[in-house]
Design a binder for this molecule. Structure first.
Ligand code: GLY
Ligand code: MN
Length: 462
């Protein structure tokens, strides 16, 4: 946990952003895996962590906007719990640790909220991603289950996004810790990337490194010799010479801040000439995009800068033809990179995505595109100091997509399909770093993880 002043300040700033009423911040409950008592690893709700910091199930926080009071509703453990879990601090003591003086048993929450409603004050709550929330809100506020989502507070969403988007020094330090854990995960994966090894041996080792140094991985590891499948979670292939392994993986710290790093390593540790040629293009896109990050620039512009670098490189290899700007405007690059350049990162690896991607990545000025590929860009809006985001260009050869575009004649004036078909068994390359927007530019977070051809080959050989 951070010191209590951090949480007090966050809740005070929330009060400045919301006009009136109370903000109901629901912590998570345990979630069952395959029978009731066998639960998933507990993960606290990220908004609850942000405002109340306590990492235990069945806690609820309330920020009273009008009366300058904060509350924790939760039950103290009883002797049954102590027998199985050991003694626990009281709710009162835990709440004091995050600067909350008012506590009450969970059973008092419904009456408290009823009184707020009777006073004509609004109960603000955030969107939810777990089914039990619907039942909880139905019980607490009396909505019909099917209509709970209609009462989510847009005012609270916007306030929380505004606060959580700007990371303070403590949060940045945590994210850097998470990247440093990812350094160990990825350099280990590079050293293990040899013919005959099964993907799961590497993925499992990476996951263990994360658990041993902080918390679980920040999302299920993507590790595959079939990198052309963007979110490939199958880990059963045996690594073979001639393929490349994409490893897209990050850690959570004990405080639940994340990292999200991708590296691409040739199986056996040496890039072929063809692999190197494409790798250098993606690397240039990654590095030039990072260079361009500074306050005031729309991330969408940086996405298109990376798209132009990719398109220019592929034109030099003969896969794209014609004018580069016209090719990008037509979306020709999306055959090779059908995803966005990056997303916000923080307590969630796709930070605040549960609150609604468009609230996080777009605003009045910058609207989300609807075109194939660009529509997947999660962050488009103007950058501000304190944003932490990923930069993750890629180049993929997806046989099914190539066939579809060729058959339909999509972007045929810009794509040499005969040449592209020579690469149909190439796989994919992605290179991802985590970057802080500073007052004057940017800083790549954490210990630099090998990413040039020479650095990767050297690590593999070590
Ligand atoms: N690292 C996976 C993603 O950003 O979607
Ligand atoms: Mn990512």
């Amino acid at each position: 946990m951070f010191k209590k002043e951090v949480y007090i300040d966050r809740r005070n700033r929330l009060r400045e952003e919301v006009t009136s009423g109370v903000a109901l911040i629901l912590g998570n409950a345990e979630a069952s895996y395959n029978y009731p008592a066998n639960t998933y690893h507990f993960r606290q709700d990220s908004d609850f962590l942000y405002f109340f910091g306590l990492d235990l199930p069945d806690f609820v926080g309330v920020v009273d906007i009008d009366n300058h009071k904060d509350y924790i509703f939760a039950n103290d453990v009883d002797i049954e719990d102590i027998i199985w879990m050991g003694p626990q601090p009281t709710v009162k003591d835990q709440a004091a640790g995050v600067g909350v003086e008012n506590t009450a048993p969970y059973g008092d929450l419904k009456g408290f909220l009823n009184r707020v409603v009777k006073e004509g004050r609004k109960v603000h709550f955030l969107p939810f991603y777990r089914g039990d929330r619907v039942l909880q809100l139905q019980d607490l506020l009396g909505f019909l289950a099917g209509s709970v989502k209609d009462y989510v507070s847009e005012e609270l969403i916007k306030a929380v996004v505004k606060l959580r988007s700007i990371k303070d020094e403590y949060e940045i330090a945590e994210i850097e810790k998470a990247v440093d854990i990812a350094y160990d995960m990825h350099t280990t994966a590079m050293k293990m990337c040899k013919p005959g090894v099964i993907e799961r041996e590497i993925a499992g080792t990476m996951e263990g490194i994360s658990l041993a140094q902080g918390g679980p991985v920040s999302f299920p590891i993507i590790l595959t010799i079939n990198g052309q499948t963007l979110h490939n979670h199958y880990h059963g292939n045996t690594l073979t010479e001639g393929r490349m392994m994409i490893a897209d993986a990050g850690a959570e710290t004990t405080m639940h801040y994340s990292s999200d790093i991708t590296r691409t390593t040739p199986v056996g540790g040496k890039f072929s000439q063809r692999q190197k040629e494409v790798y250098e293009i993606v690397l240039e896109a990654n590095m030039k995009a990072i260079e361009a990050i500074r306050p005031g620039v729309e991330y969408r512009e940086i996405h298109f800068l990376a798209a132009k670098i990719l398109t220019t490189g592929l034109k030099n290899l003969g896969l794209i033809k014609g004018d580069v700007d016209a090719a990008v405007a037509a979306g020709a690059h999306t055959l090779f990179q059908p995803h966005g350049l990056g997303h916000m990162m923080g307590i969630d690896v796709h930070d605040m995505e549960g609150l609604g991607e468009n609230y996080v990545g777009y605003d009045e000025k910058t609207k989300r595109a609807t075109e194939f590929g660009t529509a997947y860009l999660r962050l488009g809006r103007e950058l501000q100091p304190g944003f932490v985001l990923t930069v993750e260009p890629g180049c993929y050869f997806i046989p099914e997509l190539i066939d579809k575009w060729q058959k339909e004649g999509t972007c045929a004036e810009f794509i040499d399909f005969d040449k592209v078909n020579e690469y149909r068994n190439f796989g994919g390359i992605r290179i991802e770093d985590d970057v802080l927007v500073t007052e004057t530019g940017n800083r790549v977070l954490g210990k630099p993880i090998p990413k040039t051809v020479e650095e990767i080959e050297a690590i593999c050989a070590s």
